[in-house]
Design a binder for this molecule. Structure first.
Ligand code: HEM
Length: 263
């Protein structure tokens, strides 16, 4: 992980009286060791593998999550706080102040069916990277640049496969919102958030290694990621998941009347 503008960042930190000093952190990649926790989120696993959050995957507090998402991916604190608020339900203890990566594994809480790189719980392990499932996903990513349309196609295809073959398939409207965020997440981390495109090599490397693709030339984005960034990108994916080709409001009564099946 390269840390451009390190000196100005440290200076700002000193001026603001912050104690967090990113220059002393060791962000070399290392896989989980024995007893370390990992979960269904390839990015949280990745941030743990790089030490942006605890390498053992335990006791992730609000401060840990906010700092880790900022230092690793340049997420702004407002966004990271929202994400932490959504994640804290993973810890079943009342008034919990932290969660662990393995608490994210609980099926149909945050973890859900039809993931891009994990098996459905019905078929086995729901949180470890599964190459077969990922191959099913990435066959829809045609070409070196993954577009919103390709991401949407892989999402819909995974859902169709789960719906057809998993008799316990569950995918609620809340799941849909989370899923859209997950599907667009590689664009947020590694791609062009305005045009919602991303280099396929970076995305495959990330999923398959749970590692930031620094050695492929990726660097942390300079512009901070905000909630607005995410909403723009998820809306683009949402629109791209539609299986009809006209704008949503183009169905007039006149056209309906001409439908050959219903007179
Ligand atoms: C507080 C922070 C986060 C938490 C608690 C979290 C939690 C989760 C959980 C529970 C899943 C599993 C959903 C499923 O069953 O498919 C997931 C999936 C995913 N997350 Fe995260 N996540 C966080 C941040 C991020 C960030 C910052 C990114 C990247 C920018 C990211 C990328 C992904 C991706 C790509 C998936 C989909 C994996 C798949 O479908 O196989 N996550 N996350």
């Amino acid at each position: 992980m390269q840390l451009p503008l390190l000196a100005p960042a440290l200076l700002v930190g000193q001026v603001l009286g912050q104690t967090h000093d990113i220059s002393r952190d060791d962000h070399a990649w290392a896989p989980a060791g024995p007893g370390d926790f990992r979960g269904p989120c390839p990015m949280m696993n990745t941030l743990a593998n790089h030490g942006f959050i605890q390498r053992d995957g335990r006791n992730i507090t609000r401060e840990n999550a906010v700092n880790g998402l900022r230092d690793g991916l340049n997420f702004n604190p407002t966004l990271s706080n929202i994400m932490f608020d959504q994640a804290i339900i993973a810890n079943p203890e009342p008034n919990a102040t932290y969660f662990t990566l393995d608490q994210l594994n609980k099926h149909n809480l945050l973890e859900h069916d039809a993931s891009l790189s994990r098996s459905d719980a019905y078929f086995g392990n729901n949180h470890v990277f599964n190459q077969t499932v990922f191959d099913e996903t990435r066959k829809w990513w045609q070409g070196p640049i993954i577009t919103a349309s390709m991401l949407a196609n892989s999402k819909v295809a995974r859902q169709l496969s789960s719906k057809a073959f998993n008799p316990t398939y569950v995918f609620t409207l809340v799941t849909e919102e989370f899923s859209l965020g997950e599907v667009v997440a590689p664009v947020i981390a590694f791609g062009d958030t305005e045009n919602v495109i991303v280099n396929r090599t970076l995305v495959e490397y990330f999923f398959e290694n749970e590692r930031l693709p620094t050695e492929l030339g990726w660097t942390r984005r300079e512009d901070a990621v905000s909630l607005e960034t995410i909403l723009h990108a998820t809306d683009t994916i949402r629109n791209a998941t539609r299986l009809y080709t006209e704008p949503i409001n183009s169905l007039s009564k006149r056209k309906l009347g001409r439908n050959p099946h219903f007179g």
